[in-house]
Unconditional design. Structure first.
Length: 565
């Protein structure tokens, strides 16, 4: 039984928190969440969990969830990323029912609140460079060093901060820092930076701003401005919660103070989910782009044929915990396979063709081999998908490894003297073959039993193998792309510290000259079909008759479960 056939039993720590808040009457029973991506890259599988958690919690409690772009760094953000994130979100199953929001919508309010903290002597302008500031923060068990500018008067800080906004200073020359506690055991509270000078062009505000808020300064305050009740973050922000609360505790908020709650991020074996590292894969040409089917980006998974429903169900199954863990990628593939098994049409394709000739096949009055039409199920899992007619004649293709002149033990496919079933067609028996000077088989000769039309014998005799085929006269040429893990190690870089040491140089195999049944020429871009006996394949969205293998037919997750039981 695959994981997706089981009833989810994983707990949801976030739902437990929200339920308790509602029972206590916190926020008046109101639930509002937000999904806050940075528009500096494409969404990946880790974001899928954050999306399902935030939008799912809001839906479960009849609340609302905002999409808010954390666009506070003009150096790395682009409008194209905004459009891509909107498209990926809709594809995953969460189209917006309200306009997207942006942290840049609140730049003026954030600035005013920063001035308020300066006036309260809770923030100051520091003229030290970033390297010095970082060194003075100290470390765990190592005391921090207060900036020589920390005791500057509020009036002077205010004047300098306004000059920072006016563009009077160069990048990196001044920052605004919160004045909290340079000896605090939580490093996030050792006078964190609130604003830095950036001369870059912002994709929404243009050149209006010369200073930009840091994530920690913009994040909680944007939550408060919007009326967010539950700010759901991954566990790496656990240490930031104290700072989140400190900022909000010193400001006049328009709503109740939101509550930050953390949950474990999604980690998969054989996968990295760092935008910086994924960008390196693109920049150095290891992959063809952000939508390369080997990439864990949502657009990569979509191009490979992963159904969005399977991703959502996988995220629901693994639950929402407070402890980080790494899930087997085979578990995700199990959900993909189960979903596709229900909906994917069956088709026949021969990737590495070997020609077979039926020596006793009949010839018509015109002297040409007879062509028969065989009725095959489009999907045995769904009778509503009906059947199709597939041409069969005296010459066809099978996979090269479906014939062995000298078969190994327990080989049940076609060999000299053995009878096998052709899917939905006839029983055939190998009588001979031809080979080239290297011993490579180039053609197989068989006879067929005309009484076995449809693939069954009237005398009840059994065969041990059923093989797929494609009529040679009707085949359409295509290309299939097979994929292996992009990283060979379950935890990339676990041994050396560098995940790129574990790159799989053989993660992709492109097979040209595949022989496809004609119906595959009509497959819609992006549609996934099952190549019988070979796996699920997705039609490339841009190139006709190019198919990417989504997953194989074998349930590797079930195999792992049996091995571990």
């Amino acid at each position: 039984m695959s994981a997706s056939d089981q009833t989810p039993v994983a707990s949801n720590s976030v739902r437990e928190v929200v339920t308790a808040d509602i029972e206590r009457g916190t926020f008046g029973g109101r639930v509002q969440t937000r999904f806050p991506p940075e528009p500096n890259g494409y969404l990946h599988i880790g974001h899928a969990k954050a999306i399902t958690v935030n939008f799912g919690i809001a839906a479960d409690f009849d609340g609302t969830c905002n999409l808010r772009f954390d666009d506070t760094n003009p150096d790395t953000e682009e409008a194209d990323y905004v459009d891509a994130i909107l498209a990926d979100l809709a594809w995953l199953g969460y189209p917006l029912d309200r306009a997207a929001l942006f942290a840049s919508d609140y730049f003026e309010q954030l600035y005013e609140w920063a001035e308020l903290l300066i006036e309260k002597e809770l923030a100051y302008v520091d003229e030290q460079d970033g390297e010095t500031i970082s060194a003075q923060r100290g470390g765990y068990g190592k005391p921090g060093i207060e900036s020589p500018f920390r005791a500057r008067a509020a009036e002077e800080n205010l004047a300098l901060f306004r000059r920072m906004r006016a563009g009077d200073f160069a990048d990196g020359s001044h920052v605004l820092r919160a004045k909290i506690d340079m000896q605090h055991e939580n490093m996030q509270l050792r006078d964190p930076v609130m604003y830095r000078i950036r001369a870059g062009h912002h994709h929404r505000t243009g050149d209006q701003w010369k200073i930009y808020p840091t994530y920690d300064w913009a994040h909680g305050q944007s939550d408060a401005i919007e009326g967010v009740t539950h700010s759901l973050c991954t566990l790496e922000f656990d240490s930031h919660r104290a700072l989140y609360d400190w900022y909000l505790g010193h400001l006049p908020l328009p709503f109740e103070k939101p509550c930050q709650t953390e949950f474990a991020r999604l980690e998969l074996t054989h996968t990295i989910a760092s935008k910086r590292k994924l960008m390196r894969l693109v920049d150095d040409g290891t992959v063809d782009g952000w939508d390369d089917p080997r990439m864990p980006t949502l657009r990569g998974l979509r191009r490979r044929g992963y159904p969005s429903l399977a991703i959502r169900e996988f995220c629901s199954f693994i639950g929402v915990a407070r402890t980080n863990s790494r899930h087997q990628i085979e578990l995700l593939e199990s959900f993909v396979r189960t979903n596709l098994n229900k909906v994917a049409l069956r088709r026949m394709a021969v990737l590495r063709p070997l020609k077979v000739v039926i020596t006793n096949w009949p010839v018509g009055d015109d002297g040409e081999p007879v062509v028969e039409l065989m009725e095959l199920n489009n999907n045995p899992e769904n009778a509503d998908d009906g059947t199709r007619m597939v041409a069969f004649t005296g010459e066809f293709y099978i996979e090269q490894d479906d014939f062995r002149a000298e078969p190994p033990p327990k080989y049940y496919r076609l060999t000299p003297g053995r009878e096998v079933r052709l899917r939905g067609a006839y029983f055939v028996t190998a009588t001979g073959f031809e080979a080239d000077t290297d011993g490579q088989v180039t053609e197989v000769r068989v006879t067929y039993d005309p009484d076995t039309r449809g693939g069954s014998s009237p005398d009840g005799r059994k065969v041990k193998s059923t093989m797929h085929w494609v009529s040679a006269a009707h085949a359409v040429d295509g290309t299939a792309v097979l994929y292996d893990r992009l990283f060979t190690a379950e935890v990339p870089g676990d041994e050396t510290g560098d995940p790129f040491d574990d790159l799989n140089e053989s993660s992709r195999e492109i097979i040209m000259g595949a022989k496809l049944e004609p119906a595959l020429g009509d497959v819609e871009p992006g549609q996934v079909v099952q190549f019988e006996r070979l796996g699920y394949f997705a039609a490339d969205p841009r190139e006709r008759l190019l198919f990417h293998r989504t997953v194989g037919l074998r349930d590797e997750w079930a195999k792992i479960q049996r091995r571990n039981s």
